[in-house]
Write a protein that binds this ligand. Sequence first.
Ligand SMILES: [Fe+2]
Length: 542
Amino acid sequence: MIDHTRHPFQILAEIARAARHTADLEDFLQRIVAAATDICHAKGGTLRVLQLPEDELRLRAAAGLSARYLAKGKVTVQQSLRKIYAEGPLVIQDIETDVRVQYPEAAVQEGIAAIIELPFAVVPDCHMVLRLHFNGRITPSAEDLAFLTAMGEQGAQAIRNHLVPDRYLKAFQNVSQAVHRGNDTAAILQGIVRQITELLAAAGCIYWIVDMDAMRIEAKISHGFSYRSLAGVDCAALLRIFDSTPGGVILIEDVAADDRIRDLQGLGKQHVRTVAGLVFGIDDRIRGILAVYFSAPYRLTRQDMDLLKVLGEQGAISLHRSRRYDENMLDTFRRTVEGLVTALEAKDPVTHGHSLNVGAYARLTALEMGLSTRAAEQLYHAGLLHDIGKIGMTDKILARLGRLSAKEMGEVRLHPVIGARILEPLVFLGDLIPMIRHHHERYDGSGYPDGLREDAIPMGARILAACDALETMLAGRPHMPRHRPADALARLQGGAGSRFDPKVVRALTAALSKGPDAPPENGLFSSDEDVTNPLKLFPLGF
Ligand SMILES: [Fe+2]
């Protein structure tokens, strides 16, 4: 069918050359239709573009067909796209009877006897259709169709080249505007992973935030399939796949043939075929890892990589800013805590250093129990603040602790509730409040304010209760002499199961038996310790 006397490959080479030098897309598309019509001795041809979710194939170029025929009506998608595009080139010989011909009468009137239709996917939601119309019956060979496909692909590529930078630029503008407006970081990252997934028609996209010091995934924002997949990977496995150096790029075109994801059996490896990822430095400790993954082989273009890079960088900028903001806020928080503790201890010099010591014991106990560093830091702060409710008590009561009337005792017993109330407006301290409210509960349910028992008492409060008691015994009170460490620990163990959670007592005993941190005669600290950097407490705002 194709006229080989016209040197088809020379024509193809000319089109390819024109693709590089023609700035006008419409001109170029027109050239393709004209060349395809010409070399096939067709009556005419059209090139239409379908932009989903529209159903109309809009005319972009035509050759050899009458204006009346071209104006016959809206050309729409008659079948499911999937069917059309899975079938590839389509040859229609029976114009009058083939249901795929939308306007058979107009076609007959135009003198059309056969049609070749070649579909092309430009980008996932945009398709191009090249149609050639013939006066008589045709018998195209597979080579003829392959040749026409190669020609049409030039047009699809030209449309892609116009469309993609425009879309990528728009995505970049959206994200960077959100970053510059100071929008919520989580929302920005969510927007980034969603846009990447949509623009690249990927199976999914994830932005991990990794704390390199703690070797922990701090947060993970993802878009895409929800079953266990790369999204479920732990920190060690993640860092085996991705080089943690900022600027690092990983590209695995075929997961099945690559050793780096060998460890991901059971993590949805069967659903992931191509993975591309980039690493961004947020600060000294924190890395952002952006990964996009595809369920079918996908060859990322340079433009795709640029998109990942610029959007990932915007995410990194937003994270960097939000962390700096958090740091400033936590600095304020730290000064607030110090101020509150100083105010309390100024009122109650007898217990000077008590809060610091309780905080330090609580942190050790938490770590001994295998709780996270973050939980241990929270316990340290809860220890600092556990008696903050006493700040509202009269100096008289505080000075006479141990020789109190029933009424005064009732007032003292309110301090956990008052403490929780004082901290309530400080949203950052939300996790600490239950620990403070319940630090006088007893394991057997005989404590206050709510008489909670066993596991109903928050773990942090159970830890504080034991550490509070130990510190009080070691430091002594006006009505109670100091205990030697061995005696204090023995009494603590005596209370395991009744007053204290046995697990906590075991952990506290074990923690204190470990050399340098064993309790000295006067508790761990006799003077102010530099309050541990509370930044570790709330590293991110989400
Ligand atoms: Fe207390």
